[in-house]
Design a protein around this ligand. Structure first.
Ligand SMILES: [Fe+2]
Length: 401
């Protein structure tokens, strides 16, 4: 992984939340709240119904410490209006911490609410969304925020941004180093009741994030070590938790660990073309983010490898090729000495996994070969080890319609 004969590129590491990881760790919630907290705001979707026993334990633990709570329900991706309304309702309510429990939408919603509770009355999250007219930098002041994911996928519990929808087709991020959650509780038992189709798409998204950040041009030895550990864990767990071991706690721990690492590596090493296409696709069509990433990763990997092979004389391209081979070796158990074989097997593995996990195609959500221009206009290769042109990007999308 680290060539001892080479120097190391400079890198920054912004840190992670305090992490409480392990089955049953939900019981640590009271411990990670700010000392003296008297009132907290939960941001969640259907957690009380889907994990009724766990919710009862949380409520009892808070009650035993005389900690009161409010609940803001989120059943869709967070919008500007939703965030503003929740913040206005609770701005003067003495909220000592925001606790998000749920999937990616709850994580983003809670992160944005915690960031907005310290702003002036009447302020709107719209002002702090990157790339919007009238954009203002956020001070970073926020109410302490605890993230408790119930899906293994986005890694949002490790990152400093929240994606907020301005309209159905226009989403932007609020972002600040201080928005990295203060604490994250990763209790894999909470992910077991997740539907298989969600486990498949979100888990494949996590694997995609690990692969893209590992081969990223911004990767460091630190993110490489984390990404490889995550890829190993995802290789062991992703397929079985979606098929014949859907209630196996140990395998859900492996997947939750992989997902957590993917959040750290994407935040520090960046992502590639899959996510460069996912942003505009998700904005223009009603395709869940996990489905987009899962459905594209095999085809993007194949086309990236074709391009890298053409450029192998180039040192950077050779490095990218070798890294893909390492991923192929881990996922397939093939000897990494056989670089060519590992790359071919990697593509075959990802294609087979796409079938085994029954990942939908883009056409299932209304994407057609005739309506790709707006997607391609807004797409980019991000930190991909190669730059694919618009023609190849179009072919990738068409192959998955
Ligand atoms: Fe993703």
């Amino acid at each position: 992984m680290v060539n001892v004969n080479e120097g190391l590129n400079p890198f920054q590491f912004a840190g992670t939340p305090v992490i409480q990881f392990g089955s049953g760790m939900l019981r640590k919630l009271v411990d990670v709240l700010p000392s003296g907290a008297q009132r907290i705001l939960f941001v969640m979707g259907s957690f009380q119904r889907t994990n009724a026993d766990a919710w009862e334990q949380v409520a009892a633990a808070l009650s035993s410490k005389q900690i009161g709570y409010e609940i803001a329900l989120i059943h869709h991706e967070p919008t500007v209006d939703w965030v503003d309304q929740v913040v206005e309702r609770h701005r003067l309510g003495g909220i000592d911490a925001v606790v998000a429990i749920g999937g990616g939408s709850a994580m983003d919603a809670g992160k944005a609410v915690s960031a907005m509770l310290c702003t002036e009355p009447g302020d709107t999250v719209l002002h702090y969304l990157e790339g919007t007219p009238g954009y203002r930098a956020h001070s970073g002041r926020k109410v302490p925020f605890v993230a408790i994911p119930t899906t293994s996928g986005t890694g949002s519990e490790m990152t400093k941004n929240a994606v907020i929808a301005i309209t159905d087709s226009f989403k932007r991020s609020i972002r600040h180093d201080r928005f990295i959650p203060d604490a994250a509780i990763l209790d894999p038992l909470l992910t077991i009741s997740c539907p298989a189709s969600v486990k498949a798409a979100s888990g494949f998204d996590a694997l995609t994030q690990l692969i893209e950040s590992y081969v990223s041009t911004k990767a460091s030895p630190l993110t490489d070590a984390l990404a490889l550990s995550g890829i190993e864990a995802a290789a062991r767990s992703l397929l079985p938790i979606c098929t014949d071991a859907s209630d196996d706690a140990a395998l859900h721990e492996q997947m939750a660990y992989a997902s957590m690492l993917s959040g750290i590596t994407l935040a520090h090493a960046g992502l590639g073309l899959v996510h460069g296409l996912a942003g505009p696709l998700g904005g223009l069509f009603p395709v869940p983010h996990g489905v987009i990433c899962a459905t594209l990763i095999a085809e993007v990997t194949k086309r990236n490898l074709e391009q890298l092979q053409e450029q192998q004389a180039d040192e950077a391209a050779g490095h990218g090729w070798a890294k893909y081979a390492k991923v192929g070796a881990i996922l397939t158990g093939h000897s990494e000495q056989d670089v060519q074989g590992c790359c071919a097997r990697l593509v075959a593995y990802l294609e087979t996994l796409t079938e085994q996990l029954r990942i939908p195609r883009l056409g299932d959500y209304g994407v057609t070969a005739d309506n790709l221009d707006a997607v391609l206009d807004a797409s980019d290769n991000k930190m991909s080890p190669v730059t694919l042109d618009r023609t190849v990007m179009r072919e990738i999308l068409v192959a998955r319609i």
